[in-house]
Design a protein around this ligand. Structure first.
Ligand code: FES
Length: 138
C-alpha cells in the first residue's frame, strides 16, 4: 500500500519563515517535500478566505508561519493573523474539517531548525489525520 503523502500549504512571512526556510535550504537541512510555500509580505496580509480556499483546493493541512510576537515588521500583522487562524479553525469545525489541520507558528529568520521542526510536526500530524474531507472527495 502506498503511504499517504499529505499536501500542505505554508503561508510564510517574507521576513521570518520564508528566510528561515531559505536558510534551512542553504544549511542543507532536510524536511518533508509535502509543504508548498506561499510567501507573504507579512502574515497580516492573510485573509480567512485564503485559508479556506487552500482547503477547497484540496490541501490536507495549512500552516501560517509569522514573525515572533513583538517582532512583526508591521507591528501587529502576526497577531491579526493569529486571530484569523483561530476564526478559520471555528469555520472548519463547522463544516466538518478537523481544526488541527490548520496551525499558526511564530519564529525568526534565523530559526531554520525550528522551521524544519514545525514542518515535520505538521506533516506527521496530517499523516495521522489522513486526507482531508475535500481531498478525499476527489
Ligand atoms: Fe512577519 Fe508581520 S512582518 S508576520
Amino acid at each position: 500500500m502506498v503511504e499517504f503523502e499529505p499536501k500542505i500549504i505554508a503561508f510564510c512571512c517574507h521576513y521570518c519563515a520564508y528566510a528561515a526556510a531559505d536558510l534551512a535550504g542553504i544549511m542543507r537541512m532536510k524536511y518533508p517535500p509535502n509543504v508548498r510555500i506561499i510567501r507573504l509580505p507579512c502574515t497580516g496580509k492573510l485573509d480567512v478566505v485564503y485559508l479556506l480556499k487552500a482547503f477547497e483546493n484540496k490541501a490536507d493541512g495549512v500552516m501560517v508561519v509569522g514573525c515572533e510576537k513583538g517582532s512583526c515588521h508591521f507591528t501587529s500583522g502576526n497577531l491579526r493573523a493569529e486571530k484569523r487562524v483561530a476564526y478559520a479553525k471555528e469555520l472548519l469545525k463547522e463544516v466538518g474539517i478537523e481544526p488541527e489541520r490548520l496551525e499558526m507558528y511564530f519564529l525568526s529568520s534565523s530559526m531554520a531548525g525550528r522551521f524544519v521542526q514545525v514542518v515535520n510536526e505538521m506533516t506527521e500530524r496530517i499523516k495521522k489525520l489522513g486526507p482531508s474531507l475535500i481531498a478525499k472527495g476527489s
